[in-house]
Design a protein around this ligand. Structure first.
Ligand code: SF4
Length: 335
């Protein structure tokens, strides 16, 4: 039986990860939000930092958003960090600090979709519900040789329903962990290690030699290129930064002045007369759908200019401000 076989494989082959040794829904939720679009090796230190700094949901709810975003810095997709904090406040204030206990109720939380709700419900409460992430989609679509696009909601619902029938009684938590672990370590997108797989004899894709063709995807991600031109204004070792607005991919984080015209206009507009200009090598930053080319031009001013929307900060203060990774990298590598 598929379920029993992969659970027994999992129990002897699993990686020891801290969120696997707990039934605490708060820790499980933290790990799941951190691991969205993030590799385990990258997410692990963040999980440890969050658990140490905020050992309970109450501690997280009582933190300042800036502090949470600073801890999140470098993980990207900052809306996750903000939702994490907002949700902790909601649970603390509206639900008396108690985590919802069912798949259905968990999906009502901000930032918690079907997969995350299923993961928490099964790992923390052992509710019989399949957690279908990208790994599970790949494993199940290969095992049953499903030649339908896995980024289509109908296929995903079919895989969810099929998986429901594969969960051994009272073992949903282990089952879900096992499928995802198989997908993360054996049933890989490329260089699939079928010879080490505990279910290869029943796997239809393996039997029919179609492993490399499955899963099928409807849409291929298109990466577009975008250039950002930053102006760094420096005066007496202090740097001008502004806090970005609420509705923004980098909401509430601090960055430099974004140049939309040219430097000459900027200098004239702000009456900067005595200065030195320094141009830095462009930085590249890859996001899921975008490749950012970021140019930095530094203006070292002899007099403090007045520029609306932000202020000058000392380096020590800047270290503690939440910043997009590209800005943090710039300070680390250049200043
Ligand atoms: S036999 Fe290969 S394709 Fe089938 S589930 Fe195992 S690793 Fe995946």
């Amino acid at each position: 039986m598929f379920g029993e076989k992969i659970i027994s494989w999992y129990l002897t082959n699993k990686r020891d990860l801290p969120w696997r040794n707990t039934h605490n829904p708060y820790f499980i939720w933290l790990s799941e939000i951190i691991l969205q679009q993030t590799r385990v090796s990258q997410g692990l230190p963040y999980y440890e930092k969050f658990v140490e700094k905020y050992p309970t949901i109450e501690d997280l709810a009582n933190a300042e958003e800036e502090e949470v975003l600073r801890l999140w810095q470098g993980l990207g997709y900052y809306s996750r960090g903000r939702n994490l904090h907002k949700t902790s406040i909601f649970i603390q204030n509206e639900l008396n600090g108690k985590f919802p206990e069912s798949f259905k109720e968990l999906q009502k939380l901000k930032g918690v979709g079907k997969y995350t709700a299923a993961a928490i419900a099964s790992f923390a409460y052992n509710e019989t519900v399949p957690a279908i992430d990208g790994n599970a989609l790949r494993v199940i679509s290969r095992y049953f040789e499903i030649f339908e696009p896995i980024d289509n909601i109908k296929t995903q619902n079919r895989i969810f329903d099929t998986s429901l029938g594969l969960i051994p009684k009272n073992q949903a938590g282990l089952y879900n962990q096992a499928v995802m672990e198989l997908g993360a370590t054996i049933c890989l997108p490329k260089k699939t290690q079928c010879n080490n797989c505990p279910v290869r004899l029943e796997c239809l894709a393996f039997t029919n030699k179609t492993v490399e063709q499955i899963p099928i995807k409807e849409k291929k991600i298109k990466v577009t290129e975008r250039t950002l031109d930053y102006i760094i204004i420096e005066f007496e070792d202090r740097y001008w930064l502004k806090k970005r607005g609420e509705k923004d991919i980098w909401a509430n984080m601090y960055d430099f002045f974004l140049d939309e015209g040219n430097i000459q206009n900027f200098l004239e507009k702000h009456q900067i007369k005595d200065f030195k200009l320094k141009t830095h090598q462009p930085f590249q930053h890859l996001l899921t759908h975008q490749k950012l080319i970021v140019n930095f031009t530094m203006i070292q001013c002899s007099e403090q200019p007045t520029i609306e929307g932000g202020e000058f900060y000392e380096l020590e203060t800047i270290k503690n401000l939440p910043k997009p990774k590209i800005i943090a990298d710039f300070f680390e590598k250049t200043i």
